[in-house]
Design a protein around this ligand. Structure first.
Ligand SMILES: Cc1cc2nc3c(=O)[nH]c(=O)nc-3n(C[C@H](O)[C@H](O)[C@H](O)COP(=O)(O)O)c2cc1C
Length: 190
């Protein structure tokens, strides 16, 4: 039998910021935060990850120049709002405007409701929420990686069993930059 060989692949060097796009698509989420007097802000985040089960830890990477960066650093709390495609315009708005100048909840037509464990609010109608308390700020170049403990995790019963249920889950994926897509289950099981 002749040995099976892989077809020749030609690789090109990826320069500048584009290395990060190799790690996309990623779920785009809305993070709510607030200032010390309770005024809230929202930003879109694609660079986030679970980190530990016990204790339950997550991490978000926030650009040091973002207005939200100063709020999260000062207050030490944020909420991860997992949204579905119905909020795609909000993802774009909250990822484009700054809370330093604009009230993004009204710009994006989002209603806010109180969280149970932290000061930043929840976005009404989201599929799920992680209420988070910052434990560590790690310097990550032009971003800060905020490592936070999940104080409360909630998900809509119709959208989540022990995993997201389509079509209710319908989590928007940030393909890269401002391009979006949707997860498709290809039914492959071990
Ligand atoms: C799809 C998408 C994903 C984004 N992901 C991140 C991210 O992971 N980290 C970050 O710091 N900014 C990210 N941004 C940019 C911020 O959301 C954007 O700069 C925002 O306007 C900051 O708002 P602020 O100034 O009110 O904090 C993303 C934007 C979009 C549209």
């Amino acid at each position: 039998m002749p040995k099976k060989t892989n077809p020749q692949i030609n690789y090109k060097t990826i320069t500048g910021r584009d290395f990060a796009a190799l790690l996309h698509p990623r779920p785009a989420i809305l993070v709510t935060c607030c200032d010390t007097s309770g005024v809230s802000n929202i930003l879109t985040i694609a660079w986030h990850t679970p980190l530990s089960y016990d204790p339950p830890l997550v991490g978000i990477s926030v650009g040091v120049t973002r207005y939200s960066h100063s709020l999260i650093s000062q207050v030490g709390e944020f909420v991860i709002n997992i949204v579905d495609v119905s909020m795609i315009d909000a993802l774009k708005t909250c990822g484009q405007y700054t809370g330093e100048l604009d009230d993004k909840a009204s710009l994006a037509n989002l209603s806010l409701i109180p969280a149970k464990k932290v000061r930043p609010p929840l976005i009404a109608g989201a599929n799920g929420y992680l209420e988070c308390l910052v434990e560590q700020e790690v310097d990550a170049g032009d971003h800060t990686f905020f490592i936070a403990k999940v104080l409360l995790a909630q998900a809509a019963e119709t959208a989540f069993s022990n995993m997201w249920v389509s079509p209710q889950g319908n989590i928007p994926l940030c393909l890269q930059r401002d391009q979006y897509g949707i997860y498709q289950d290809i039914g492959h099981k071990d």
